[in-house]
Design a binder for this molecule. Structure first.
Ligand code: DAH
Length: 332
């Protein structure tokens, strides 16, 4: 092998070496006793004196070059190996930022868990709803002033069941479920609702409700009171004070509202806060879905999920939930 080739190959091979074992192999191969260079030196004696001088000088230069190359790389690799050895693999790493659940998801999960334990199945319904399910079947005809209780976002389309809208509450799922199932049953319906409203600290155009519906042969307001008290105590505390107040919703009779006593954040005074509407299912609804209204009884309720979350986590403004403000979200 000639000197130019030896040099080229030595350079090429050393450039990819990254540990001292391979470097030692390289040294033996290019600078060792059996290397091409040593062979070259050994063969010098067969040359004429002039040639021997010339080639000998070249070979010496190459040897110096290779020795220097070796020293430089030895240093580089020693440095690298020292760094690797000083890695402490048991040292805790930098934590990658992890995601977590939104406060509304947490609250929804808690509510559904409490009711699951009480034997309620979880059911869902569409967010785009027809006028029929959202209003008419719930005894809220177009001319009825109670429609004003639900400021509605209407869509342009019309379906077989009337004009389409963004559901203003989860109550339409009561009708949808009863149309397809026979009692006895108990269900809850978590879901998003929409209203065409001016927003403020306690109103947003989108929010969540959990609807509840239990139908059986003998279901009374007393059953409702017991189940709801158990659920509310499960959600807040065993000691929370609960109040049932007469109220009006077209799809129940009698209708009630449920309040719990909470501490006012500013004044520190105790005050009642409404958390749900409820009542005994109106017999007309049973007729609408083809049930025998003399056989079945039931109660229904609708809880505002944001309300519950605001009380539980001390959140002052409902608009924070959908603000995507990372400073808010990071606290949960
Ligand atoms: N859907 C009612 C609302 O959005 C809440 C409600 C009241 C639901 C009474 C019920 C009920 O199931 O029985 O205001």
């Amino acid at each position: 092998m000639d000197l130019v080739k030896i040099k080229a190959q030595a350079k090429k091979e050393i450039s990819v070496i990254n540990n001292s074992r391979d470097l030692e192999r390289w040294r033996v191969k290019f600078l060792g006793r059996k290397s091409a260079l040593s062979l070259f030196f050994a063969n010098l004696k067969n040359l004429s004196l002039i040639e021997r001088r010339e080639q000998g000088a070249k070979a010496n230069k190459l040897r110096e070059f290779l020795e220097e190359l070796y020293r430089d790389n030895k240093e580089r690799i020693a440095q690298q190996e020292k760094e690797i050895e000083s890695w402490d693999i048991s040292r805790p790493g930098t934590k990658a930022p992890t995601s977590h659940l939104h406060p509304l998801t947490l609250t929804l999960r808690e509510i559904t868990q409490v009711f699951s334990r009480l034997g309620f199945a979880i059911v869902e319904g569409p967010e785009i709803e027809s006028e029929y399910y959202n209003f008419d079947a719930l005894r809220i005809p177009p001319s009825h002033p109670a429609r004003d209780m639900w400021d509605t976002l209407w869509l342009k389309s019309v379906s077989k069941k009337g004009r389409l809208l963004l559901r203003t509450h989860t109550s339409p799922v009561q009708i949808r479920y009863m149309e397809k199932h026979q009692p006895p049953f108990r269900i809850i319906v978590p879901g998003r609702c929409f209203r065409h409203e001016a927003t403020d600290v306690s109103h947003d155009i989108q929010f969540h409700q959990v609807e509840g519906l239990m139908v059986d042969e003998e279901v009374s307001l007393a059953n409702f009171k017991d189940i709801i008290e158990t659920a509310i105590r499960g959600l807040f505390s065993q000691k929370v004070k609960i109040r049932f107040r007469p109220s009006y919703f077209p799809f129940v009779s009698p209708g009630v509202e449920v309040d719990i006593k909470i501490r006012n954040k500013k004044s520190g005074a105790q005050e009642w806060m409404e958390i749900m509407g409820a009542g005994m299912v109106h017999p007309d609804l049973f007729e609408t879905v083809g049930y025998n209204k003399n056989l079945w009884q039931g109660f229904a309720f609708g809880v505002g999920v944001e309300r519950i979350a605001m009380i539980k986590y001390n959140i002052p403004d409902i608009r924070l939930f959908f603000s995507s403000d990372i400073r808010f979200l990071k606290q949960f």
